[in-house]
Design a protein around this ligand. Sequence first.
Ligand SMILES: CC(C)(COP(=O)(O)OP(=O)(O)OC[C@H]1O[C@@H](n2cnc3c(N)ncnc32)[C@H](O)[C@@H]1OP(=O)(O)O)[C@@H](O)C(=O)NCCC(=O)NCCS
Length: 171
Amino acid sequence: MKHDISDHAWDALSALLCQEDPSTFLWSRVMPAVLKAAYLRGTAVIEQDATGALIGFMQHQPVQSGWAELGSFWVSPDHRGQGIASRLFARLVALLSTDSGVQGAFLVTHNPVVVALCAKYDWQEASHATWAQTVPYRETCGPCDRVPEEAKAGCPYRGDTAECRLLFISF
Ligand SMILES: CC(C)(COP(=O)(O)OP(=O)(O)OC[C@H]1O[C@@H](n2cnc3c(N)ncnc32)[C@H](O)[C@@H]1OP(=O)(O)O)[C@@H](O)C(=O)NCCC(=O)NCCS
């Protein structure tokens, strides 16, 4: 069942997704109208809190016949580490795997949480490159009891090497 999501909520989600990608590289995929259309078309899954606010989003897009790319993974920082991405991922992959027009899916990520998610669901790694660039803490962390929110930028547990992986699954 589709929920009635206000245009204001799509605007707010788009702004948050744009903040995750300061390079502007993938902004065309996360404009408010694009997010809304994906949800209404059934190529995006969402999670809402008790008040109806959007706290999680993922989508897929066809890239060529039979293949879909997963992306725009986002969970609100206050709700990270509670299994929301895991649930959204399972729902999105289930949608794709029952689509007879889709033979496989892939994603590109440098986020270790997403790599862990893929491993949980038996995705395969197709390529893996490493470069020296600290992974921005906001991409992997939610509030935690190790390091207070205001000190996260200097967190000693943060990885200082970025790993870019292409992962895929065949149905
Ligand atoms: C990536 C993101 C969507 C994950 O959302 P989340 O709801 O916190 O993820 P989950 O709690 O479902 O965790 C998924 C799995 O990752 C693993 N995991 C969680 N935190 C981890 C961490 N810090 N390091 C490594 N693995 C981790 C766990 O195995 C977990 O599965 P489990 O709950 O069964 O143990 C969220 O951090 C986010 O929005 N980040 C910013 C945007 C972004 O970087 N998107 C990805 C771009 S490719």
